[in-house]
Design a binder for this molecule. Sequence first.
Ligand code: FES
Length: 523
Amino acid sequence: MALINIKIEGIPYQVEEGLTILQAAKACGYEIPSLCTFPNGECNEGSCRVCLVEATGARGLVASCVYPVAEGMEIRISSPAAVEARRESVELLLSNHNKNCQQCDKNGQCELLHVANLTGARDDAFAGVHSETHLDRLAPGLVRDTSKCILCGRCVARCQNAHGIGILGYENRGFNTYIAPAGDRSFAESPCIQCGQCVNVCPTGALMEQSEIDRIDEAMKAGKHVIVQAAPAVRAALGEEFGYPVGTPVTGKMIAALRRLGFERVYDVNFGADLTIMEEGTELLDRIQNGGVLPMITSCSPGWVNYAEYNYGELLPHLSSCKSPHQMQGAIIKSYWAAEHGIAPEDVFVVSVMPCVAKKYEKEREQEKVNGIPDVDAVITTRELARMIRRSGIRFKKLPDEEWDQDICGDYSGAGVIFGVTGGVMEAALRTVHYKLTGKEKEEIIFEEVRGHEAGIREASIDIGGITVRVAMASGMRSAKILLDEIKEGKSPYHFIEIIYGMSGRMYQRRRSALCEKLFPSG
Ligand code: FES
């Protein structure tokens, strides 16, 4: 990428051509307030106007998140006109904002509050009538509260771009505009797959996960046996919440924190991942050997299962019948573990810490219950766990490193870890089938990119005990659609398909390698 010369606040810099002013300023160490742009600097709508600056060659102030740098450009962030305009933009947003920050789950991480501090905005500068509030708490995973929405449009763009679902849009116009699933429905009544991508990008508390912290508190107060299991992805994400560099696993401290929060047993979900892999591998083998429905498609992502139900109902027999790892492990805790300790299943309360809000919906499904008893009683996200740790007064970084509980659910293989980094289910299941048929370990499976770089589809042909198994992996719902349409048309050449949900194949490979390297440095 070519470099160009610019000046910011009179200081010369060389920056990459093609960057926006916002991105260039960030690269040079400046923080220009921004809201509607994505946290990675990717431009969205340029609608909030909190990023205004002066730049030579432009008439008046420009939105730095959309305006590109040019050779010789001089940028002034600190001009009185820019400072005042940014502050007024934030004050206008605050004028229609529910400022009950104390009761907001986003407290401490609210980007609106951050830019209000940065710009010196006063919340009463434009006092007046507030637009009507629309509160949606019907879906198990998500809450929408329009009184906190600043109409930045990040959620609308993410819902459209992440998986091509696009159920979120603007209702009404002018002062009465608000964001809702199309047709002004609740999330529960819409074809929302509850993936939580909108929650991840919301800068305020307008879109949040449905918190289940109170339910855990009640179970503990009621004297239930409250057992927790944590997914592999949580151990790295939790570190970021407490200021560790991105990707740092904090497994030992997380276990110590969970014990201090009052959980009676602390388990890794990897035992459940091993169960899922064995079940899924066995199911695949059975389908291949006995003329079952092929290709079989992995079913451990509840967001993907929701997507299939809404959009490809006729393909449901292709989905594996296996439960996801935390559901399998929850079932084991409520059956074997409870029996071993002489405890009735209804006195056990299982909590899963998961990276995905769709798991909140999954645990509510009737198909996941046994005699009306759910396998898992509460699902909290990494963010909720961090909130529990903060409110308890625990100093996370001071905690000792502790170990998982080692009883019935305490043992697992490395295959479960690969599984846990999103994806990897197929590889782990195929290794299991290979071992079952040949008694030998399978070397790493190499997937080739097919149908062009953009398609996000990779495939492999594997000889397993004399059977050639063709497998494919699709990253995200857009790629999955290509493979699903092939099945509908009777043209699918595959035996097994894995839908990797919410992450590109390359990113998956990178994260998998990085995590495995950190967890198992000896290989
Ligand atoms: Fe630039 Fe919103 S961040 S206009």
